[in-house]
Write a protein that binds this ligand. Sequence first.
Ligand SMILES: O=P(O)(O)OC[C@H]1O[C@](O)(CO)[C@@H](O)[C@@H]1O
Length: 506
Amino acid sequence: MRIDPDWQALSVEAARLIQTPLSELTTSRADRAREFSLRVGPVYASFARQRYDAAARAVLLDLAQKAGVPAAFRALFDGEKVNVSEARPALHTALRSDLGQGEAARAARSEVLPTQTRMLAMAERLRDSQITDIINVGIGGSDLGPRLAVDALRDFSDGRQRIHFLNNADASAVQHLLRGLDPARTAVVLVSKSFGTQETLLNGAILKDWLGSDDRLYAVTANVPKAAAFGVPAERVLPMWDWVGGRYSLWSAVGFVVAIAIGGEHFKRLLAGAAAMDAHVLSAPLADNLAVWHALSVIWNRNGLGFDTHAVMPYDERLALLPAYLQQLVMESLGKSVRPDGTPAPVATVPMLWGGTGTSSQHSFFQALHQGTDTVPSDFVGVVRPAHSYAESHEALLANLLAQGEALANGAEDADAQKRYPGNRPSTLFLLDELTPESFGALIAMYEHSVYVQSVVWGINAFDQWGVELGKRIANQLLPALAGTAGADIHDPVTRALLDEIRARR
Ligand SMILES: O=P(O)(O)OC[C@H]1O[C@](O)(CO)[C@@H](O)[C@@H]1O
């Protein structure tokens, strides 16, 4: 049973440690680097540069225990309706592992496996065809996951097809893309769980016309009738289900273009990497559980130390899209201030997530990380063994990665205050042995589970996203007003003035 966590105990710990410099924490115990690190398969994580000690860690673990995290994991995997506002399970784990014991999880699994076989066979046929280009049309979870995975796993692609992504309603993207493509050698995959998303339908309609035939039109959706009504032949529609959240859907047929890019065997390795992380989080005690550790570090920085943002810096160009991917995963999942019973969350929830690749961002926003007035807890992600042979470059990359965590933590004195580094800025370091389908799958699954743990401790629903609806509704109301076929009376005076401004300039 869930008991509201003891936030007061957390504040007491934070007050106790607030004056203790991180440099003191890291040097006071010879074994700290080992005691505050974990390895799960190919993922090593160091929390040694977080501003907590063993006693504060115990209080954090108690929060997770009281909030019922172990039972919540079981509920997730077993297919209980953890998405309460929509009365649905969130069974993304059933897309890659067989750990769920409930009837819903078993039923999900029996749908997942044949769909996966069909999806991989379709991907293989496309890979072996004369098609040179594939366009994935989708947005949010129907875009970010596959786009990140195709980019991250580019070394596992034999480059048979070029993969393109269209997401925005801004048609300058589609116009630009189509200039270089031949419709006879291009396949289009419309990815939309709802098949009702404005951007995807707009781009989809443009592409359907451009293709001139439905022969090379594919869809991935939980709304098969709508895809059929749009004109996608049934044999080229891959199903997904309402129990897969869009931002958790990479492992479903939403990963179709990933399978096309890297092939079925590599796609299965991606699933296996995520499945290994699933097995770990479900069985490991809280104190040795990587996703729990990560989640509690975020909670400590947010609720104990009061930091508002969280940065993610992959030191690997192949993971350049990781911050954008995590922005949806984290902020769409945890951007809630009300609990399912309608009461306000008792503490601050999601920190704003942002970031960029190292070393490039060292030459842009790192100045603020080191000397700005705000402390930004950061996740660094590095890869030990590169997939290239330019050893000198990789040594430089790793040296910079290690240097930043050290500099942020310890700072540096200087007689000139402008040249002083305050330090005391916490970070977590993830090191992947190599960037492989397995390690990538494990890392992403770790982030998914961390998000879930945070939601459980905060008592909010990680699987709905009501906050995105109002803007969509107003945009739809504005369409006739923009076209001049309806008045703008329902809009406020500022919007009305802006509409006048646009109309006057057309
Ligand atoms: O896959 P769909 O239904 O087109 O939705 C795309 C995205 O839109 C959202 O619903 C938010 O508007 C996301 O949660 C989702 O990933």
